[in-house]
Design a protein around this ligand. Structure first.
Ligand SMILES: *[C@@H]1O[C@H](CO)[C@@H](O)[C@H](O)[C@H]1NC(C)=O
Ligand SMILES: *[C@@H]1O[C@H](CO)[C@@H](O)[C@H](O)[C@H]1NC(C)=O
Length: 397
């Protein structure tokens, strides 16, 4: 009797629990989008990227004078649950405040898009040069608010089947001052966004570009992907010409002055895509150096006949103003800049890369923490080991 009562009680409780669980699952599926289900590969990548992370504050002088590396932390990763519409991926990087720009890009393109989103966290030392060796509560709050914004953004993009399939990595870096925050790790972020690409064909495109509908249509068409992949054997980069609308006047906008090789964006294959040189931070030369490297690695450039990009001009960044001001002091007034001036540093870095290319000894600097990921995450394609040939000086003049 006691036993049967016990059983009856037990099963009644179980039924109740099952019903509750079903209700909870239902509620969870109603609020949680497909993207909330963690992708095991994404989680593996995230863990590997953060494996060797140690808290530090990025400092201007030690970065500029001692070439210490940036120290980005991968706070979260969201991969699209949609199948890629075609086997070609656009990758890009941006600061958190430019998510609306990413949405525009994503709306003009129907295939896979890989983005590295970044937040700078300033956490100064105190007057005695001391501070905690961890994120402060205030910094943690900022990072969590930003991560929530990124997650919400991803959910919004996932909800629209007509636009891109978006994979996002969200990084932050801790800086010791507002000045060191200017050292935006642009090429680290490009390299990470590229690491997240899971198609052989790829193109880095800055986030402030719209892509012509003809590009998505072409990639979706039968035979396009293999045709592009064949071009990689001969290191042919297909350049997507960029147009820039002029400022709107009373009569509207007119198109276009097209400048050949003005910041060429191009389609190529993973196995021959060089790394973005991480020494170039903040502003200046960070893309030019890669284009020079393409030449060094014996690429040829072919202009796409029917697809293009449109630049959506944005306001100046603070670091661009700093570099432009320093450049004008040097070029107009023959000023000698202090050793820790960014423009001076850029000139040195570019000179060093140029001499390396002329000698045939150039390799872009990469982040050892990122490269270590390739030894751990087995499904990643091996990073390219490209060999260049000496570049004549005339190329640089
Ligand atoms: C650069 O490195 C040297 C040698 O380790 C060290 O003495 C110096 O303080 C560093 N300078 C900066 C600005 O970090
Ligand atoms: C560079 O490319 C050209 C044309 O594709 C080819 O003829 C040449 O052999 C290549 N050179 C090297 C060093 O790979």
């Amino acid at each position: 009797m006691r036993l049967s009562t016990g059983l009856a009680l037990g099963s009644g409780w179980q039924q109740h629990a099952v019903a509750l669980l079903a209700l909870l699952l239902l509620a969870a599926s109603a609020v949680a989008p497909a993207s909330a289900a963690p992708n095991p590969k994404a989680a593996e990548l995230e863990a590997a990227i953060n494996a060797d992370y140690k808290f530090s504050r990025t400092n201007w002088d030690s970065a500029v004078l001692n070439d210490t590396l940036s120290n980005p932390y991968l706070e979260s990763i969201h991969w699209s649950a949609r199948p890629p519409r075609f086997q070609f991926t656009v990758f890009t990087q941006l600061t958190l405040n430019r998510l609306p720009t990413l949405f525009n890009m994503c709306s003009s393109y129907t295939g896979p898009l890989s983005a590295a989103v970044f937040l700078a966290v300033v956490q100064p030392l105190d007057a005695r040069g001391r501070g905690s060796e961890a994120l402060s509560e205030a910094s943690r709050g900022k990072v969590e608010a930003a991560a929530a914004e990124v997650a919400e953004f991803h959910t919004k993009v996932e909800a629209d089947p007509a636009i891109c399939q978006l994979d996002i990595m969200f990084f932050y870096e801790v800086y010791d001052s507002d000045q060191s925050k200017l050292l935006y790790p642009v090429n680290y972020l490009r390299n990470y966004a590229r690491m997240q690409v899971r198609t052989r064909l790829l193109a880095m495109v800055d986030v402030d570009m719209y892509l012509s509908a003809s590009l998505s249509a072409e990639m979706e068409a039968e035979g396009s992907i293999p045709r592009y992949e064949r071009l990689c054997a001969e290191r042919r980069a297909t350049v997507l010409p960029a147009f820039e609308p002029t400022k709107p006047g009373a009569l509207g906008r007119i198109m276009v002055t097209y400048k050949r090789f003005y910041e060429p964006w191009f389609i190529t294959c993973e196995e021959i895509m060089p790394w973005y040189d991480v020494d170039f931070r903040g502003y200046g030369m960070n893309k030019i150096i890669l284009i020079a490297a393409l030449n060094y690695y014996n690429y040829s450039f072919w202009i796409h006949p029917a697809a293009w990009l449109v630049h959506n001009p944005h306001t100046d960044t603070e670091v661009r103003k700093v570099v432009a001001e320093e450049a004008s002091q040097v070029n107009k007034h023959r000023a000698v800049l202090p050793a820790n001036a960014l423009y001076r540093k850029l000139t040195q870095l570019f000179g060093k890369a140029k001499r390396g290319m002329m000698r045939g000894s150039y390799t872009p600097r990469t982040d050892p923490r990122q490269m270590a990921v390739y030894d751990v995450v087995r499904w990643l394609p091996r990073p390219p080991q490209l060999v260049g040939s000496p570049t004549p000086e005339s190329v640089f003049t």
